[in-house]
Design a protein around this ligand. Structure first.
Ligand SMILES: Cc1cc2nc3c(=O)[nH]c(=O)nc-3n(C[C@H](O)[C@H](O)[C@H](O)COP(=O)(O)O)c2cc1C
Length: 295
């Protein structure tokens, strides 16, 4: 494993490692305005939500590594404490990238990138009409993290109004993760797109306490067949099955087949049972899979 003391890296090298590893990052497409009314539109992937009560997002226009200058977005929010955070989806990605061009102060990137300005209801900076979600925000605080090239400036933006395009909602009125078509930033020029084929669910242990991987027998934990994801699912089960429940699984046809085919061959039996468990895990039959590996 490569181990690097960050003090030995230039800001550009460090930025490179961190941006490739801390990815994908959501994109805040921020509209701001200066005290003279000049509108600015720029993307920031040092961005996330950090609180829902109050609803607070943070994004960070960093000091340029190249020449240690600050970004217009930062200068604007220090003058006018408002912004709109526009969410970027795939149909917007090329124009969004164009808007990140270092145009001179006073140049409106809406015009340069061809996006449509939509008046906000609460704040002065306009919304990006094309964005699937637009959040009108008041700036609560700006935290400067340093004076050197690459130093971030955390803009704490409190969301006051959210506008959501109805076409991305499901029948319950919630955002449909498959419809919003989000993009995210990775290292260098890489982006990723959230497509329906790429989406998957992980059952979250909300109220239940999973037994934990440490509660599984060592033959299961050290299985050559079961992966870390498989063990994570097995460890998320609330109770170990009873002896009777484990015994009952013997009578199911697939388990019976394995048992009959591996009489006197303990190694292959274990491998085949683990393969069956793996198959069932992939089908969401977690409790059955746990019984099989405990046989
Ligand atoms: C997808 C994307 C994400 C970006 N994320 C950041 C970021 O988090 N912080 C930053 O300082 N610059 C980031 N940039 C670069 C800024 O968008 C760029 O410097 C922009 O010109 C700043 O504009 P301004 O000076 O008008 O505020 C990003 C660029 C792109 C295309």
């Amino acid at each position: 494993m490569l181990t690097i003391d960050v003090a030995e890296l230039s800001p550009a090298q460090l930025q490179n490692y961190m941006q490739y590893a801390i990815a994908p990052r959501p994109i805040c497409f921020a509209t701001t305005i200066d005290k003279d009314g000049n509108i600015n539109l720029s993307p920031f992937s040092f961005f996330n939500m950090f609180s829902t009560n109050p609803p607070l997002c943070i994004f960070s226009p960093a000091r340029r590594v190249r020449d240690n200058t600050t970004k217009h977005t930062l200068e604007n929010v220090l003058e006018v404490k408002e912004c709109v955070i526009n969410i970027v989806n795939y149909p917007m990605v090329q124009q969004m990238s164009l808007a990140s061009t270092e145009y001179a102060k006073g140049i409106n990137e809406f015009e340069k990138s061809g996006f449509t300005m939509l008046p906000s209801q609460l704040v002065k900076p306009p919304r990006v009409a094309e964005a699937p979600v637009q959040m009108e925000c008041i700036i609560r605080e700006v935290i400067h993290l340093g004076e050197n090239p690459g130093a971030g400036n955390l803009i704490l933006a409190e969301v006051k109004l959210i506008h959501i395009k109805e076409e991305i909602l499901d029948t319950d009125g919630k955002i449909d993760q498959a419809k919003i078509d989000l993009v995210a930033r990775l290292g260098g020029d890489w982006y990723c797109r959230v497509t329906p084929e790429n989406l998957f669910k992980v059952a979250k242990p909300l109220t239940t306490l999973g037994i934990g991987v440490d509660a599984l027998p060592s033959a299961v934990r050290n299985s050559h067949v079961l992966s870390g994801n498989d063990l994570g699912m097995l460890g998320n089960v609330e109770h170990l099955p009873s002896a009777d429940e484990i015994d009952a699984i013997r009578n199911t046809s697939l388990v019976k087949e394995v048992m009959d085919a591996t009489i006197g061959d303990a190694t292959n039996r274990e491998r085949e049972l683990h393969e069956l468990a793996k198959q069932w895990l992939s089908e969401g039959k977690v409790n059955e899979a746990l019984k099989v590996v405990l046989l």
